[in-house]
Ligand binder design. Structure first.
Ligand code: SAM
Length: 320
């Protein structure tokens, strides 16, 4: 199990040029952990303060990597909801979904789940065992629900990275957390399949909440999560899963395939993205399969807890 890790960065948290202990490359100088530059500016190499273009390319962590070497066992085609698509296309299609829904994402989450997603997330956070001083990576963290709580829990001696592949989602998360005064959080664009900006053995806790089903190569993502965890660290996966009661399953299907696209149309002017949500949930590995995949990636002591009759499950595993 992980132990408290008081790192020296916390002592000079106001130092503008500090580097993160878990990044393989420094963030651009003059930017406290990249928080004051927009992600667009980072990717353009544009300096936010001066409004001039600087060559920061060597200092910027790589992100949004195209699918490449680390594609594991994904074949030429994969699924995007119920559609069969070329494996190289899925990432772009998922990106379109989240660019489209980013501004309404939090509102839709509350409406669709009747606020219950907050309870699921609270349960996952309790299971995480997060402690003061720890290093936490929230992958596919989107608008930052988990990262916001982790920021408070790890305190000034700890550190949180809110990471996502999608700039629109991460922008919403970054604005929200900075408004909430979270000074110990980095915001890093990264593909879960590689987690390329992050060094090996960096984090006490890695989480991914409602993100894994969108990832094309889940085995590659699990391997990357294992790589960046410290020995003794833990992974927590909060994700839709398979309802364990048949009557609940039928009701849930009816709700998902009728109400969700209608709500999506009314609130976010996008019914297709919410149809994808319903379909992607059905295509995601069930509880047992996901546990097996975690074990295959090297995780030990894997277990899971069903929530709301298995509509959602929290999987946990350790890197020993
Ligand atoms: C349903 S949202 C979940 C957001 C947040 N974690 C939550 O629980 O509310 C799914 C997120 O996964 C992100 N995502 C999809 N594919 C990804 C990938 N390959 N790597 C990293 N993030 C990804 C999306 O951009 C989106 O922000």
């Amino acid at each position: 199990m992980s132990s408290d890790n008081h790192n020296s960065d916390s002592q000079d948290k106001n130092n503008q040029q500090k580097t993160s202990p878990f990044l393989t490359e420094s963030l651009p100088q003059g930017t406290p952990q990249g928080q004051q530059q927009s992600l667009e500016q980072l990717s353009n190499g544009t300096n936010a303060t001066a409004g001039t273009s600087t060559d920061t390319s060597s200092a910027i962590p790589k992100y949004n990597l195209p699918r490449g070497a680390n594609t594991g066992n994904v074949g030429a085609t994969t699924h995007f909801g119920y559609k069969t698509v070329d494996s190289t296309e899925k990432e772009q299609k998922v990106a379109e979904v989240f660019h489209s829904v980013a501004s309404k994402y939090d509102l839709m989450n509350d409406l669709m789940s009747f606020g219950i997603h907050r309870l699921w997330k609270r349960f996952a956070i309790q299971m995480s065992g997060v402690r003061r001083g720890q290093q936490v990576l929230d992958i596919a963290g989107g608008t930052g629900d988990l990262a916001k709580v982790f920021s408070r829990e790890v305190g000034e001696t700890g550190h949180v990275v809110l990471s996502d592949i999608n700039e629109s989602m991460l922008n919403v998360g970054r604005d929200r957390l900075l408004d909430a005064g979270c000074t110990n959080v980095d915001f890093v664009l990264a593909n879960a399949e590689t987690l390329e900006p992050f060094a090996d053995n960096s984090f006490d806790l890695v989480t991914i909440s409602f993100g894994l089903r969108n990832v094309t190569d889940k085995d590659a993502a699990l391997a990357a999560m294992y790589r960046v965890l410290k020995p003794g660290g833990r992974l927590l996966i909060l994700e839709f899963s398979k309802p364990i009661f048949e009557p609940l399953s039928k009701l849930y299907d009816l709700y998902s395939f009728t109400a969700l696209p209608v709500m999506g149309k009314l609130v976010a002017n996008d019914s297709e993205s919410y149809r994808y949500l319903a379909e992607s949930i059905r295509m995601h590995p069930d509880q047992h399969t996901l546990k097996q995949m975690m074990q295959n990636a090297g995780f030990a002591q894997c277990d899971y807890h069903n929530l709301t009759g298995g509509i959602v499950a929290v999987h946990r595993g350790f890197k020993l």
